[in-house]
Design a protein around this ligand. Structure first.
Ligand code: J2J
Length: 538
């Protein structure tokens, strides 16, 4: 099995400890601490229950014992695919307590993605919900199990059918292992991925705990905060910026909202007196629209975070008037760096920038195509390194070569500029992915699926600006023989077992792709040309 590793140069690791960023606390240690400090406070509420900190802690320990007694062993990797529910936390903290390594996938992922995660992580376990959002995850688990024979343990939360169910795990009296080393990898997060399939991101206890502890401080979280996870909680934003983990650190209450639709979410806000939540820009627009005609009392909401994709300043300016709360912009990435506008920042900074980094030791470089720093205030590519930004992906030397500089900076692929106040403004992106309502889609991955269709000679997938989604995906297709139907092409991509958000929104047929005098143009240039031509026509 490929070892899990994430290493910073020794002198920096020493510095991060000396400055108090890395405090040697593990993820489970965070829950143990708050469960000791606030045993009777509610930790989490969702459609499947309401537990105090003491109960959550007990449940996590029970699950840890159960997982070890069915034969999982510390260090094993387990893909977790659960919707927003209280069990998400007991399962994930149970895994942490048992020294097992969660691999976080989203409810939208399907066979192709799950099989990829299982292979890449060499996972032997897969924990799923029974059903959610009209989809049966047990059926998915059956397919996946056939394709991945090394998958030994499928565990279902809810009605398990032929699988073992979470509730029926043996009580087990196996001793639980000692706490993990804080510098060890705690879990694998999934990258947005601009080339090919998603990469796996190893995050350590030390670095991740720092990122959400500092985030909780920046966002003023206290035991009185009621944080609602509106976006899928396995995503890095609602998990850690400051998200549910930040809320657990602060002893706050977590509301697991099963759907981000305004109707569902507003009802939860009223019922639980939610004070803070996070959204992607298209949802923020929907919520603003719905706020005028809702009968729910959402007056408890004090802070709305918006991130994952660029929030237009015009929309940002309307948040406070429509939702009667403060806006906080969040520009982050699962690889590490997270920027926030601060709660006491002047209006212009909050509406026009995407914030500044969490840490004084987040290093930011803005460079041109040659890797040279641009003059202050000019646009360039954002490179970063720091106390919670990874130095390497898991088991992917080619991606590591591309994504990190020799001196350890992560190439974010984002084009940004820095204001005189030191705040970042996201201006665009160099990488070829589509940021569809905060979901990142790799152009290359979808092109590969289209090329598998017998009626497709060539395909190029590009991002097209979209008033609602921010960006939508458009596939340019050169047919091989008679044109396939658009619906058929979409069904074909869907049939390859992909998350629905990856199915092209638009398909445009072309006779050929332009080539330059030199010969075949690069994919990158081609995608740019196609996008520009389409936008000129529209
Ligand atoms: C423009 N682009 C943004 C923003 C992310 C907090 C918040 C978001 C994520 C996330 C996260 C943006 N404006 N406000 O992990 O902890 C785009 C950038 C970035 C990429 C990362 C968190 N906020 N983006 O979105 O790993 O292109 O993380 O590099 O999914 O989203 O995507 P992801």
């Amino acid at each position: 099995m490929q070892p899990l590793r994430q290493t910073w140069p020794q002198h920096l690791a020493d510095l991060y400890r000396e400055r108090g960023y890395w405090r040697g606390e593990t993820l489970f240690g965070v829950l143990r601490r708050t469960a000791t400090a606030y045993p009777d406070n509610f930790a989490v509420v969702g459609t499947d229950g309401r537990w105090t900190y003491r109960e959550l802690h007990e449940r996590a320990e029970r699950i840890a014992r159960g997982l070890l007694s069915v034969g999982l062993t510390p260090g094993d990797r387990v893909v977790v695919q659960l919707p927003n529910c209280t069990a998400f936390l007991s399962v994930v903290f149970g895994l942490f307590r048992a020294g097992l390594i969660p691999v976080f996938s989203l409810p939208a992922h399907r066979e192709t993605e799950i099989v990829h995660f299982l292979h890449r992580a060499e996972a032997v376990g897969y924990i799923v919900a029974d059903r959610h959002g009209g989809f049966d995850y047990r059926a998915l688990a059956r397919k996946v199990k056939q394709e991945v024979p090394v998958l030994r343990h499928v565990i279902v939360v809810g009605e398990a059918e032929e699988f073992p169910s979470l509730d029926d795990l043996p009580a087990g009296d196996a001793p639980l292992p000692a706490d993990a080393a804080p510098e060890s990898v705690a879990f694998l997060q999934i990258s947005g991925g601009s080339t090919g399939l998603s990469k796996l991101i190893p995050r350590t206890h030390d670095d991740y705990v720092y990122s959400f502890r500092a985030s909780a401080e920046i966002c003023g979280m206290t035991p009185d905060t009621v944080y609602m996870a509106s976006l899928p909680v396995a995503h890095n934003f609602p998990m850690s910026s400051p998200g549910v983990f930040g809320a657990l650190h602060a002893g706050a209450r977590i509301v697991m909202c099963p759907s981000p639709s305004p109707e569902a979410a507003f009802a939860w806000i009223e019922r639980e007196r939610v004070t803070m939540t996070g959204l992607v820009p298209p949802l923020a627009l929907l919520w603003m629209q719905a706020a005028g005609r809702t009968t729910s009392d959402i007056s408890s909401l004090a802070v709305l975070q918006v991130g994952g994709a660029k929030f237009a300043p015009e929309a940002a300016r309307r948040v406070t008037a429509t939702l009667r709360c403060r806006l906080q912009q969040v520009f982050g990435m699962a690889e590490g760096l997270v920027n926030y506008t601060r709660l006491d920042d002047p209006e212009d900074l909050v509406t026009e920038t995407q914030g500044r980094p969490i840490s004084p030791d987040d290093e930011i470089l803005i460079v041109d195509d040659m890797g040279q720093p641009v003059p202050p205030g000019e646009r360039g590519l954002l490179l970063t390194r720091g106390p919670y930004t990874i130095r390497a992906y898991h088991n992917d030397p080619a991606a590591n070569q591309r994504a990190f500089t020799e001196d350890g900076y992560y190439r974010t692929g984002d084009i940004v500029r820095m204001t005189p106040e030191g705040y970042l403004v996201v201006e665009g992106r160099a990488g070829d992915h589509i940021n569809r309502a905060g979901e990142k889609i790799s152009a290359e991955e979808i092109e590969d699926h289209l090329l598998a269709h017998p009626g497709v000679f060539d395909a190029a997938v590009v991002a097209i600006p979209d008033p609602y989604l921010g960006e939508r995906s458009c596939a340019f297709v050169i047919p091989d023989g008679p044109k396939p139907g658009i619906a058929e092409l979409k069904a074909f991509v869907r049939g390859r077992g992909l998350a629905e958000f990856k199915v092209p929104d638009q398909v445009v047929f072309a006779e050929s792709f332009e080539t330059t005098a030199v010969g075949k143009v690069s994919r990158k240039v081609l995608r740019q040309q196609l996008r520009d031509a389409l936008l000129r026509r529209e």
